[in-house]
Design a protein around this ligand. Structure first.
Ligand SMILES: Cc1ncc(COP(=O)(O)O)c(C=O)c1O
Length: 385
């Protein structure tokens, strides 16, 4: 910790543990102590740590070609783009390196697609879309923006499930509506189906793009491959990152046919993006995550986890429990979420406090029943103390 203080900027408040090895839902310290990972790197490694298919793809590709920039053609990029196209809205893909970059690209795409008379963007309060300027402006959390003003102009926020405000905010000057299907970073709040369907209808009515940020919800986290597939709407543009690379940094924006012709050479780009290494890892990861058996197990395990958390509500230890698949959040009756996170760490479970009173659980999708019931029973013990 002293070395870190002297060498790294202090922008993270890390948990006091150092990991050297991972396997599935297990993480190990140098001394060999096992922790149950109930965060999956904030939904970044849904396949679990060091999945053998991902490890093999990385090793094989690393020995062949790591990166060569976007000046040339490479095969893994084509394969991953085809995979995303064939499993989502059928359009073409732009690769980048992170979630924030995916939202930046989608914002530029939406503004260019809308043209000069349509600069306005509508996003949701409490949403999270990243920390670069465009993504931070889309993020509906003023406390994260205040030190970095001014934000990008013409981006407005409406209440999470406020149908009337959404209807009022979207109009002929709107180029895009940005939203998540479940707001993860703020403590796992699903957006109502009515709100999502209204967003789709308003985008259609006014010729705006519906941009869905599936960076945290995507890749089977909530059960289906993409969370939008469970709520009866389809995006015009979808942003992916996190679990797309099986732990290796990669982001992607995919747009419906027609909209995917918005960018022309010179409009946008990135030196690293779509590298053979990241795309090979990505393809291996996506193939694991698209398995219908795995997706069915996410629904079953997620329902069991939520049921366990709801029992804590019944017993007065938790105020509210929410979840979709293996994406769950709880509100505590008191502001002691950081304390509970620390106590869970001491007991060998990695969880996350998203605010003083809210905890979040995003385990790798390969977590087994024993570790999941261990999570709930340990939480019960910690909350009862
Ligand atoms: C929904 C959502 N969008 C965007 C991001 C930003 O992704 P990144 O940290 O890769 O920039 C996150 C990260 O937590 C996220 O949850």
């Amino acid at each position: 910790m002293a070395r870190e203080q002297a060498a790294l900027m202090a922008n993270y408040s890390r948990q006091p543990v150092l990991f050297v090895r991972g396997d599935g839902a297990s993480l190990y310290t140098a001394e060999g102590r096992r922790y149950v990972d109930c965060m999956a790197g904030i939904s970044m490694i849904n396949v679990g740590h060091c999945h053998p298919d991902v490890v093999e793809a990385i090793c094989t590709q690393a020995a062949r070609l790591i990166n060569v920039s976007n000046l040339y053609y490479t095969e893994p990029m084509l394969e991953l783009a085809e995979w995303i196209r064939d499993h989502s809205m059928g359009g073409r893909v732009f690769f980048c390196n992170s979630g924030a970059e995916a939202n930046e690209a989608a914002l530029k795409l939406a503004r260019k697609h809308g043209g000069p008379g349509r600069p306005e963007v509508v996003a949701l309060e409490h949403g999270f879309h990243g920390r670069t300027y465009g993504a931070l402006t889309l993020t509906g959390q003023p406390d994260k923006q205040i030190a970095f003003m001014p934000m990008v102009p013409d981006i407005h926020h409406v209440g999470r499930n406020d149908l009337e405000a959404l209807e009022e905010a979207v109009g002929p000057r709107t180029c895009a509506i940005f939203l998540e299907i479940v707001q993860g970073e703020v403590g796992v709040h699903p957006i109502s189906v009515e709100m999502l369907q209204l967003a789709r209808a308003l985008a259609d009515r006014h010729g705006a793009l519906l941009v869905i940020d599936e960076i945290q919800t995507g890749l089977s986290r909530t059960g289906p491959l993409f969370a939008y597939q469970d709520v009866g709407i389809e995006p015009d543009v979808m942003c992916l990152a996190k679990s797309l690379g099986g732990g290796v940094p990669i982001g992607a924006v995919t747009a419906r046919p027609g909209i995917d012709a918005t960018f022309v050479p010179g409009d946008h780009g990135s030196t690293f993006a779509g590298s053979p290494l990241a795309c090979a890892a990505g393809l291996a990861s996506c193939q694991v995550l698209a398995d219908p058996g795995l997706q069915a197990s996410v629904r079953v395990k997620g329902a069991a986890l939520l049921e366990g958390l709801e029992r804590l509500v019944d017993d007065g230890l938790v105020r509210e429990a929410r979840g979709r698949g293996l994406m769950c959040g709880i509100d505590l009756p008191d502001p002691r979420a950081a304390e509970v996170t620390a106590a869970m760490l001491e007991s060998g479970y990695l969880i996350n406090n998203t605010s003083a009173q809210t905890l979040r659980f995003l385990p790798p999708l390969v977590i087994d029943d024993e570790d999941l019931s261990g999570l709930v029973s340990t939480l019960r013990r910690v909350l009862s103390a």
